[in-house]
Design a protein around this ligand. Structure first.
Ligand code: PEP
Ligand code: MG
Length: 583
C-alpha cells in the first residue's frame, strides 16, 4: 500500500467483540446479502458443459425449495396465496431467466454466478424503466429467485470465500463456521462481522486458522465499501475504516511487535508445561481440521485435548462415510504420536447446522437447546455408529480417546456407551481390531452434567470442562449473540462453583479433569485454572506457547491460595476488579 492509494475519506473506528487476536491490514471485500458476494471467473471451452450442468442443478434444487415453500404456504396461508409462490416457479422456468443465463455461460465463457448476476442486472434495468408498481414487484420476485439460485450455486449461505483470488479483509453481516473454514488463510487477512460472540464457533475457527477477527460490530456494513482500506485489530476488537497514514504506520509497527513476541515464545516449545514449583500440567491443543496438527505440534502441544470432529460434516449435504472418518482420524492420530488425541464425537446443532438430509434438523426455534451433540447421535444411532466404528478402527494407529459432547444425564452417557459397546461387538464379530481399553470421557458443558459429575465420573475415564457452553447454559447467555456478550462472564461465581465441584467430584473417583473451553487459552485465567487442580489444559493451537510461558511463571502453591481467596469472597464476582487479582 503506498500513499497515493490511501483514500481521502475520514477514518471511522468501530468497536466490536474481539474474536481472534492479531492485526489484519488490507482492502475490504464486502459481502452484502443482495450483492451475492460472488466472484467472476473465466471458463476454458471444455468447462462450459459442466458449468451449465452445475447451473441446472442449482435450478433444480431451487425448484424443490420453492415447491416445499409452496406446500408450507398453502398449509399456513391457504389457497388464496398460491399465486404468490407460483410467480417464483414461473420465473424459474422462464426462458428469459434460465435460458439467457445458460447462453451467457456459453457465449461469454463465464461462471454461472457471473452470468446470473449479469442477466438479473439486465432484467432489473428493463423493469425499472417501466416504472409501474406491478412490474416493480415482479422485479423483486426475480431478485428473490435469483438469490435462491445463487445460494445453491455458492453453497448454503451464498458466500464465495473459497473463490477469492487476492488478499482481502472480509466484511460481512455474518459468517458461519463452515464459511470461515472455507477461507484460504493466505488470501483472507482477517474478517469483521456484524453478528457473533467471542466463543462462537466462527471465532474458534478463526483462532484455529490464526485469522484476526472482530465480530458483533452491529453495523459495519453501513460504513465500508469493497476496496476501502481497513484495519482489523482482533485483540482489541477494533475495526478502523480508511485509517490515517499515521494510524496505519502504528498498526504496522504493533503487528511487527506482536509477531516478534510470537517468535520469542518459540523458546518454550520443547520445555515442559510445569509450574515453577514443579507441578506438571498436560498442555494440549484444540483442533478443527487435520491441517492444524502442524501448528499444534510446532507450537509444542502435547496432544489434542479436543478434536472437533463435526467439521467433517460441514460444507456438504450428506454425512461423511466411515472411510472418510477413518482416514481423517488415522492421519491425525499418527501425526500426533507419541501424544494422544481426544476425538469429540460430533457436536452438530447449535451454531453448527448442517443440511444432512436429517428430518427436523436446522429448523429448530432454539437450536442451542435442541437436537445438539449427543442428543442427535442418540436419535440417529446409525450416524453415530459410523463415527464410532471409524474411531475404534483408527485406535489401532495411534493413541485415541473418545469424548461425548452435551451430556446432561447419566442415562445419556450410558446410552452412548451402550451404542459404543454394540459397535465393539460388531467389530469383534467381523474380526476387525480396535483398542479395547480406549478411554471414554465426558464433556462437562451443561450445569446438569456439572451437578452430577460424581455419577458421571464413575462411568467415565476422564472429564473435560467445556466452559464455552457451560458459561452459556449456566448464565443463560447465548454465546453467539453480541447483544448479551457483556454478560458472558467466565468468572461468574456460578460458573466457578460448578467447575470446582466437578473437579473435586472427579478427583474423588480417581479420574482426571481437563478443560477445553476458550477460557483455558486466555492468559487472564491461567492462574485460577491451575489453582483449581486441573490436570490438562487444551487451548487453541496458537495459544500454546503463551499459556506454557505463563504456566512456567506461576507457583502452584500460590495459585491454590488465589483460588481459596476467590471462593472465600462473600460478594459477587461480576466485579471486574477481581480479574486483576486473579491473573
Ligand atoms: C465448549 O463448549 O467449551 C467446547 C469446548 O465445545 P465447543 O466450543 O465446540 O462447543
Ligand atoms: Mg461445547
Amino acid at each position: 500500500m503506498n500513499i497515493e492509494t490511501l483514500p481521502s475519506e475520514p477514518p471511522i473506528v468501530l468497536r466490536g467483540i474481539p474474536a481472534s487476536a492479531g492485526i489484519a491490514i488490507g482492502k475490504a471485500f464486502v459481502i452484502r446479502e443482495d450483492s451475492f458476494g460472488h466472484t467472476r471467473r473465466s471458463l476454458a471451452r471444455e468447462e462450459i458443459r459442466r458449468e451449465i450442468q452445475r447451473f441446472r442443478q442449482a435450478v433444480n434444487k431451487t425448484r424443490a425449495d420453492i415447491l416445499q415453500t409452496r406446500e408450507r404456504m398453502l398449509k399456513v396461508l391457504g389457497k388464496s396465496h398460491e399465486a404468490l409462490i407460483d410467480v417464483h416457479l414461473l420465473i424459474l422456468e422462464d426462458a428469459l431467466f434460465s435460458k439467457d443465463i445458460e447462453r451467457k455461460i456459453a457465449q461469454e465463457m463465464v461462471n454461472a454466478e457471473a452470468a446470473l448476476v449479469s442477466v438479473v442486472e439486465q432484467i432489473r434495468k428493463t423493469f425499472e424503466k417501466i416504472g409501474d408498481e406491478y412490474f416493480r414487484q415482479r422485479k423483486d420476485d426475480i431478485l428473490d429467485v435469483a438469490k435462491l439460485v445463487m445460494r445453491h450455486l455458492l453453497g448454503r449461505k451464498g458466500i464465495a470465500l473459497s473463490e477469492l483470488t487476492e488478499r482481502v479483509v472480509v466484511i460481512a453481516q455474518d459468517l458461519g463456521p463452515s464459511e470461515t473454514l472455507s477461507m484460504r488463510e493466505d488470501l483472507v487477512e482477517g474478517f469483521a462481522t456484524n453478528i457473533g460472540g467471542r466463543t462462537s464457533h466462527t471465532a474458534i475457527v478463526a483462532q484455529g486458522l490464526q485469522i484476526p477477527a472482530v465480530v458483533g460490530l452491529k453495523d459495519v456494513l453501513n460504513h465500508v465499501n469493497s476496496g476501502d482500506m481497513v484495519v482489523v485489530d482482533g485483540g482489541e476488537g477494533l475495526v478502523i475504516i480508511n485509517p490515517a497514514m499515521s494510524t496505519l504506520e502504528n498498526y504496522r509497527k504493533v503487528r511487527e511487535i506482536q509477531l516478534a513476541e510470537i517468535r520469542d515464545l518459540e523458546k518454550y516449545k520443547d520445555l515442559p508445561a510445569q509450574t515453577k514449583d514443579g507441578h506438571r500440567i498436560v498442555l494440549a491443543c484444540n483442533l478443527e481440521t487435520p491441517e492444524e496438527v502442524r501448528v499444534g505440534l510446532s507450537n509444542g502441544a502435547e496432544g489434542i485435548g479436543l478434536y472437533r470432529s463435526e467439521f467433517l460434516y460441514l460444507n456438504r449435504t450428506s454425512p461423511p462415510t466411515e472411510e472418510e472418518h477413518f482416514q481423517n482420524y488415522v492421519s491425525v492420530a499418527r501425526q500426533m504420536l507419541p501424544f494422544s488425541v481426544i476425538i469429540r464425537t460430533m457436536d452438530l446443532g447449535g451454531d453448527k447446522l448442517v443440511p444432512l438430509g436429517i428430518g427436523g434438523f436446522g429448523e429448530e426455534p432454539n437450536p442451542f437447546l435442541g437436537l445438539r451433540g449427543i442428543r442427535l447421535c442418540l436419535r440417529y444411532p446409525d450416524l453415530f455408529k459410523t463415527q464410532l466404528r471409524a474411531i475404534l478402527r483408527a485406535s489401532m494407529h495411534g493413541k485415541l480417546k473418545i469424548m461425548y459432547p452435551m451430556i446432561t444425564s447419566l442415562e445419556e452417557l450410558r446410552q452412548a456407551n451402550q451404542v459404543l459397546g454394540e459397535v465393539k461387538a460388531e467389530l469383534k464379530a467381523q474380526n476387525i481390531a480396535y483398542d479395547p481399553a480406549l478411554p471414554v470421557g465426558v464433556m462437562i458443558e451443561t450445569p446438569s452434567a456439572a451437578m452430577i459429575a460424581d455419577w458421571l465420573a464413575k462411568d467415565a475415564d476422564f472429564l473435560s470442562l467445556g466452559t464455552n457452553d457451560l458459561i452459556q447454559y449456566t448464565l443463560a447467555v447465548d454465546r453467539v449473540n453480541e447483544n448479551v456478550a457483556h454478560l458472558y462472564n467466565p468468572l461468574h461465581m456460578a460458573v466457578l462453583r460448578l467447575m470446582r465441584s466437578t473437579i473435586e467430584a472427579a478427583h474423588a473417583q480417581g479420574k482426571w479433569v481437563g478443560i477445553c473451553g476458550e477460557m483455558a487459552g486466555n492468559p487472564s485465567f491461567t492462574r485460577i485454572l491451575i489453582g483449581m487442580g486441573l490436570e490438562e489444559f487444551s487451548v487453541p493451537a496458537a495459544a500454546v506457547p503463551r499459556i506454557k510461558s505463563l504456566i512456567r511463571e506461576i507457583s502452584y502453591e500460590d495459585a491454590k491460595k488465589v483460588v481459596e481467596r476467590v471462593f472465600a469472597q462473600t460478594g459477587d464476582l461480576d466485579n471486574p476488579g477481581l480479574f486483576s487479582r486473579i491473573s
